[in-house]
Ligand binder design. Structure first.
Ligand SMILES: Nc1ncnc2c1ncn2[C@@H]1O[C@H](COP(=O)(O)OP(=O)(O)OP(=O)(O)O)[C@@H](O)[C@H]1O
Ligand SMILES: O=C(O)[C@H](O)CO
Length: 523
């Protein structure tokens, strides 16, 4: 989610109608425009990880209201329930928690992105807003996803609340992506500015989120289990919406309720790798040196229950279910799509080719060469959970419409000053790949969308493409290669066919990375 906060009239949140009633499923699937189905499935994926449904899945009050159930654990309530939260999706999560917990909630503090309340209000999304006289105090900060003074004030208020708790209290912690920037509390003498500079430098030199957050944890009072330590001896329940591949609780928002297992050597390795060790400010050196003699052991988080309440896999599972209801043979390929956007686009192009051939020629060996290339590329991408074999077997079985689903977060190496996002760039590149060779008597569509509803610094969530895109664009005087050469995918899609290929959802109030949907429908 980027800095511009705008919410467009949004997603239909009602479930898809039961399309299995009357008539055959396949007929229904083929009777609906592919692009419309793609949009619906994307919306169903997002719908599964909206704050309300997520919290209701894991939290409940017993009928007498005396106990709070979190999955299979129960906690006694007696005017002892407090709430803190930080992250891009936390406003809606706090609103849902407030709705559910009512007057059991004594007090709360949350740290959310600048402008988010106005944006949600503007869009009429009341369910994402706290009640007028809420006991939850809201701080807005971290413009451009960078820690700032406002976020620091929020972090200090959160720490103060946590430190005031006793062994009788229960602290509910709401965590989502963007939480690291919204909870800055550098260990003195490190200053906010020094931490900001170091984070920016690491990110600019290509450090991944694991590396970045290892350093953030080492320099923070609250990250890496610090918040849990501050709340001790109160019990702590963290409800975590994952925006990191694999859902590692110690990485998401830098794990404020998970004891850090990294030591100073790990930090020095990372700083070395990105050429930053020599120029470290004295304050950072001091804090790292101190950390060596003051390790916070894992035992310090025994009073904490960390629960992942939403993830990319969960969103994809719902889209898969809805695709099946629409008559598709649906397979989730991976919820860990990571790597260079160009390679991932080639992967989807080849996949469409191989799956298309198998679907229409009914011969699993018909595209052996492309099949081999596809497997090689998949191996290069090193996707830990890839279900390629299963997907291709399902295609052979299908003899009808197929939907392959995946999710994750590809990387774009920015080369130009164009306007775009990783989803629009991926879709455009896949569009080019789909046009490389004829695909046979099969309709193909690929959609890529950011589940937060905002792809890079644009107002679109993503885009969808079909084969023939490059030639149709050329007929409109648009050269796809030129747009791609300076990462200008958004400008391309705004021009191409009057912008109909853009996916607009507005800010969704959630964020579990991106969803990729590949449809193949024999004619
Ligand atoms: N012109 C562009 N073309 C393609 N990708 C871009 C462009 N400009 C920015 N990006 C990509 O957009 C991403 C930043 O956008 P965004 O804010 O949506 O992602 P994020 O910070 O990872 O947040 P979130 O996880 O909430 O989506 C970066 O990965 C960046 O490489
Ligand atoms: O806040 C963060 O650290 C990132 O969004 C990953 O969760």
């Amino acid at each position: 989610m980027a800095a511009v906060l705008q919410v467009l009239p949004c997603l239909a949140r009602a479930p898809l109608r039961p399309l299995l009633l009357g008539g055959t499923v396949v007929r229904l699937a083929s009777g609906m425009a592919l692009a419309e189905q793609a949009r619906q499935l994307f919306e169903s994926a997002v719908g599964a990880v909206l704050p309300g449904p997520m919290l209701h899945r894991v939290l409940s009050l017993d009928p007498g209201g005396g106990q709070l159930k979190v999955r299979d654990r129960s906690f006694q309530l007696r005017q002892n329930l407090y709430l803190v939260g930080f992250g891009k999706a936390v406003l809606g999560m706090a609103a849902a928690a407030e709705e559910l917990l009512g007057q059991h909630l004594v007090q709360g503090v949350i740290s959310v992105p600048k402008g988010i309340r106005a944006a949600m209000e503007h869009a009429g999304k009341q369910e994402m807003l706290l009640k007028p006289h809420s006991c939850v105090q809201v701080f807005e900060g971290a413009e451009d996803n960078l820690p700032d003074r406002d976020a620091l004030r929020a972090a200090l208020a959160i720490r103060q609340l946590a430190e005031s708790l006793t062994a009788d209290d229960l602290l509910l912690v709401l965590i989502s992506g963007g939480g690291s920037a919204l909870l800055p509390a550098p260990i003195p003498p490190v200053t906010l500015e020094e931490k900001q500079t170091l984070t920016k430098l690491l990110a600019a030199r290509g450090a991944n989120i694991q590396e970045l957050n290892t350093i953030r944890k080492a320099l923070s009072q609250l990250k890496g289990g610090g918040l849990a330590r501050a709340a001790y001896p109160a019990q702590v329940v963290s409800l975590i919406l994952s925006d990191v591949v694999g859902d590692p609780v110690e990485v998401i928002a830098s794990g404020p309720t998970v004891a850090s297992v990294h030591n100073v050597q790990d930090c020095l390795h990372i700083l070395n790798r990105y050429g930053l060790r020599a120029a470290l400010p004295r304050s950072v050196k001091t804090v790292l040196a101190r950390a060596d003699s003051d390790p916070h052991g894992p035992h310090t988080c025994g009073h904490v229950l960390n629960v992942i309440i939403g993830s990319n896999a969960l969103a994809l599972a719902e889209a898969q279910r809805q695709a099946e209801a629409l008559g598709y043979q649906a397979v989730v390929l991976s919820a860990a799509m990571q790597g260079d956007v160009e390679s991932i686009a080639r992967f989807y192009g080849l996949l469409a080719q191989v799956a298309g051939t198998r679907l229409t020629l009914a011969g699993a060996g018909a595209s052996a060469e492309e099949g081999e290339q596809l497997r090689e590329l998949a191996a290069e991408l090193q996707l830990p959970d890839l279900q390629l074999k299963e997907a291709l077997e399902a295609v052979v079985r299908a003899r009808g419409p197929v939907c392959l689903l995946a999710g994750g977060e590809p990387t774009v190496q920015l080369q130009g000053s164009g306007k775009g996002g990783r989803n629009q760039e991926l879709a455009l590149r896949v569009g080019v790949e789909l046009g490389r060779q004829p695909l046979g008597p099969v309709d193909v569509l690929f959609l890529s969308g950011g589940t937060d509803g905002q792809d890079g610094p644009t107002e679109a969530a993503g885009a969808w493409v079909m084969p023939g895109l490059a030639s149709q664009a050329a007929a409109e005087g648009l050269d796809v290669a030129t747009f791609l050469s300076h990462n200008d995918s958004h400008t391309f899609f705004r021009c191409f066919r009057g912008g109909v290929h853009l996916l607009h959802t507005g800010l969704t109030g959630t964020n579990v990375m991106d969803a990729h949907l590949l449809f193949l429908r024999p004619r």
